[in-house]
Structure formats: structure tokens, C-alpha cells
Design a protein. Sequence first.
Length: 257
Amino acid sequence: NVAGLRECALGGTGTGGLPLSIEAAIRARVDKLSWSEKAILERAAVLGHCFPIVALLAGAVTTAKRREALEDVVRLTEQGLFRVVLDESGATLLRFHHQIMQETLYGFLSPEQRRTTHLQVAHWYEAQPASEASVVAHHFERAGEHESAMVHYLVAADFAADHGATRESIAHHTRLLELCEHVGVSAHRRAEWYFEIGAAQYVEGALESSYNNLNKALALLGLQQAGVSVTATLGNMASTAFKTWWTSTGAGLLQAE
């Protein structure tokens, strides 16, 4: 198994931090494949460990090419590189038989190959439902398209909040704030995102973290001093539950400092 391979492999490490013997074995196996099969594996490595088969076949632009690509997928599956699985909706997914294979293949790609393929995948996912917005954002980010990534992380955050997925909402808003290192974003917008994180953390019961993120929002708006009323100014930025907590408890905590 993979653990055994790791333990038994000798020598240094390769480009992906794996023992050279593992990388060499994977490279030797890939070198035996046809050009089209290699292309399939390269796109699959960018798609991730598990992905919709239609996303993989989308790289083929004609019906004939898609048929050829599907034949390649069948051969690769028969060789044990992929497994076919179904998601909860019954959609057909492909999964790399071993995650180490996906990670190693991704490591073989040049930075330009990664960027180009991530961009192609992002554009394909853009045509999918809003529930896939976080996947779109991820691929735009990996392609270095930070502004486009932020647009879709915001869609993903709103989708999560609308569907009660508070942890996902927190994660997406947090990623938005991290991407501000690459994209200029107004203090008002960053304050809104801190407020959204605080609102979701309140729902999760993490009141201390919620209050800390609220304070970050206030600081960005210049309202961090004691005695300043912020309910009217920030009323549209937080959930009703969070505003209730702020009115009953949060304001008092701020004034007490």
C-alpha cells in the first residue's frame, strides 16, 4: 500500500517531497501512456482527487474528441488509476485510486501548465450552479486570477449563508480577507466581511471570536472607541441574531473597556 511504499522507499525526495523511488515509479508508469492519456491525467490532476467526469471531458471541444477522451478514461480506469463513484445526487464522479498519484502528477506540471489548466477549469465551472462557486473561486485563485477568485468566493459565501452553512460562510469570508493582500479592497467592504464572520460565529456559539471580529470591523470604520453607536451604521451588515446580541451584550462589552 501507499504507507508501505513510503516506508520502504530509499533515497532522497523528489519535486513533490516524495521519495524519489515513488516519483520514479509513477513517472515510469505515466511515460508508457499515450499522449492523449497523459493529457487526461494532467487535467485530472488539476481537477483534484475527486471530480465530475463531465468536468474532465469538458477539455475535449468536439463530440469526436469527447468520445476519444472517454475511451482514454475507460482505459485509465481499467488500469487502476481511477475509480468510478457516485455522489449523493447520483452524478458520476471519478476518483484517483490513490491520492498520492494525483499529488505527484500535479507536481510534474509546470507553473504555466497549472495556471492555464486551472483557468480552463474555472471557466467551465462558472457555467455550473451557484453551489459550485467555491470551486470556481479555488481554480481562479490557483490560476493567479485573484479578483475573479474574490468575486466567486463572495458568491460562495452568500450561498452558504443563505443555506445556513455557517462554517462554510466563515471559511469563504476569511479567504476573501486573505486575498486582500493581492487585491485592493475598501475598508468598508473588509469591515462588512469581518461583520459577516462575526455573525456566523455568533450562530455557531463562538461569542468571543464573534466579538473579536466585530471589533476588527469597527476599527476599520473608525468606530472602535467606547460609546459610539454602531447599530444604525452597520445594521445591514449583520444578521438579526448578531444585532440582537450586539444590542444586549456587545455594546456593553465595548463600553466597559
